[in-house]
Design a protein around this ligand. Structure first.
Ligand code: 6U4
Length: 163
């Protein structure tokens, strides 16, 4: 049973899922989604999803943003990595990207409803519990690497490293 980050053998960690997140940040605002289905349904997060075969995390993050919000992010940069170990043995390796702009118009789809938020008033109470730990680093443009233990959607432990 995983309780703390130290209970995981990170050297041999073999995540079940590799996934991505994309955050468009411009003019003091960030483009989030209300997730309508899939993992984390009902939460507020960035667009993103599972890596498909033959795809890089960057390609995945752009494709998922196109699929979920009908926009193509521009000025994309790598922001950080997230390592989630769940007590039920699920595990997710997440790659986070930021973008400074986009082509198209953010549009509601079956998967997501777009929400613009002020970066000073983020809805952390409706987001995954780890987000308040690494969002400030992402917003500062600081690369981060986070390790987290979750029991369903309750965070049990967290460690964050900065470049
Ligand atoms: N603790 C957490 N904090 C966070 O901010 N995002 C998390 C998270 N745990 C998972 N995610 C995100 C990462 C990724 O975008 C998504 C999980 O990917 P999944 O592919 O499992 O989701 P979906 O069911 O949307 O899959 P797709 O069918 O590929 O869209 O949830």
């Amino acid at each position: 049973m995983y309780k703390t980050v130290d209970d995981v053998n990170w050297e041999n960690w073999d995540p079940v899922v590799t996934a991505t997140l994309m955050f468009v940040i411009r003019d003091g605002r960030i483009l989030l989604i209300h997730k309508k289905r899939g993992f984390g349904k009902g939460k507020i997060n960035g667009p993103g999803g599972k890596l498909e075969s033959g795809e890089t995390p960057l390609e995945c993050a752009i494709r998922e943003t196109q699929e979920e919000l009908c926009i193509t992010p521009t000025g994309v940069e790598f922001a950080g990595e997230l390592h989630f170990q769940f007590t039920d043995n699920n595990s997710i390796h997440g790659y986070v990207y930021t973008a400074t702009g986009y082509e198209g118009e953010p549009t509601e789809t079956d998967e997501a409803d777009p929400i613009w938020c002020s970066i000073d008033e983020l809805p952390f109470d409706r987001m995954w519990e780890d987000d308040h730990i690494w969002f400030p680093h992402m917003l500062e443009g600081r690369h981060f690497s986070g390790r987290f233990i979750f029991d369903n959607d309750r965070m049990l432990d967290a460690v964050i490293e900065l470049d």
